[in-house]
Write a protein that binds this ligand. Sequence first.
Ligand SMILES: [Fe+2]
Ligand SMILES: [Fe+2]
Length: 204
Amino acid sequence: VLCLRVPTDAAWAAEALADVDALLADHAHCELKAASNALSLIARHPDDLELAAALTEVAQEEVTHFQRVLALLSARGVPLGPPPVDEYAASLRRAAGSLPGRGGAGPLVDRLLVAALIEARSCERFKLLADAGGPADDPALAAFWRELFAAEARHFRTFVGLAEKAAGGNRRLVGVRLEALADLEAAIVSALPRRARRRATIHG
Ligand SMILES: [Fe+2]
Ligand SMILES: [Fe+2]
């Protein structure tokens, strides 16, 4: 799916669905983080108005997703709780920061491509959840996840497109960098402790 090097293991969806409340709380935090990451990229690159406009749209959509998951939590009487430790995203950002060979692309290109990969992994996981058919106590969730699968695929493309602009239109450079970062992502997702993998997380 979307340049990912390793698929999520086949047992993941069933494990995640075993605790839908925890899955939804984690999901809500993922949407919140996606929105705040988009907004913080705008703040770090205030001179790029085109970037600001595109990322504002992403942030807006992520906030809407967050509101919808929040409504699901409150319908189920489940508190949001504190944000879970996001070993996956933190490791990916750290690894990208120390990956040599940017070949003239600035750090913004990496930040956008890391965001693209996080979208790609969420996209893959929402599809797995949707295909699993939704939990017995709320089968309508499957349709929600299918809709999010499509949104995350779109966000993946938005971030890759923004990375290409940030690299001055050098698509080849961005393609090579995306492949290198996708290798890192695959290594990170495969190496996450089994405990973390069993947690009902959208990525990681
Ligand atoms: Fe989202
Ligand atoms: Fe997204």
